[in-house]
Design a protein around this ligand. Structure first.
Ligand code: CMP
Length: 139
C-alpha cells in the first residue's frame, strides 16, 4: 500500500554536499519526496527526536553529531515506503551495508551514517509529525 516515511539527510552528508545524490537514490527506487526542509537541530530537538535511545551509550555523541550541521528532513512516499527506504539506505553500520546502498556509498561511520529512516509505519507517523505540519506535505 502507499505509505509515507520520515527521512533525514544527516550533517555528514550535507557537509559533503551529497543531498542531490542521496535524493536521486530515493527517486530511482520509486520513492517520491513529498516534503523537504533543511534546518539545524537544537540539542533539545535532537535529544527529543532520538529519545528512544536515551539510555544507549552512543546517545550523547549522537545528539552532538546531529546538531553539528544542517540536516534535511523529508517525507518519502511510495509503495511500502518504510521498507523500501530501509533497503535503499542499507545497514546502520556502513561496514555491513550492501553495495549500491546510500550508507555503503556515502557513510563515514556507524554514527555519521548519512541518513536516518523510520523503522516502522507507526514510528514514521510520529517522526513525520515531529518535523512537518500536514499542510506542508503534498503527495
Ligand atoms: P539512525 O538510524 O539515525 O538511528 C540511531 C542512530 O544512532 C543511528 O542511525 C546511528 O547514526 C547512531 N549510532 C551510533 N552508534 C550506534 C550503534 N552502536 N548502534 C546503532 N546506532 C548507532
Amino acid at each position: 500500500a502507499a505509505e509515507r516515511t520520515l527521512s533525514i539527510i544527516k550533517p555528514d552528508a550535507t557537509r559533503r554536499n551529497l543531498t542531490g545524490r542521496i535524493n536521486a537514490k530515493f527517486e530511482e527506487a520509486g520513492l517520491r519526496i513529498v516534503a523537504q526542509k533543511r534546518l539545524r537541530l537544537t540539542e533539545a530537538q535532537a535529544g527529543a527526536f532520538y529519545g528512544v535511545h536515551k539510555e544507549r551509550p552512543f546517545y550523547k555523541d549522537l545528539v552532538s553529531f546531529m546538531t553539528s550541521g544542517p540536516v534535511v528532513a523529508q517525507v518519502l512516499e511510495g509503495e511500502n515506503a518504510v521498507a523500501k527506504n530501509r533497503e535503499v539506505m542499507g545497514a546502520t553500520n556502513p561496514a555491513n551495508a550492501d553495495p549500491g546502498t546510500i550508507r555503503k556509498e556515502f557513510a563515514e561511520s556507524i554514527e555519521a551514517n548519512s541518513v536516518h529512516g523510520s523503522d516502522s509505519a507507526e514510528n514514521a507517523a510520529t517522526e513525520i509529525a515531529f518535523f512537518f505540519a500536514g499542510i506542508e506535505i503534498t503527495g
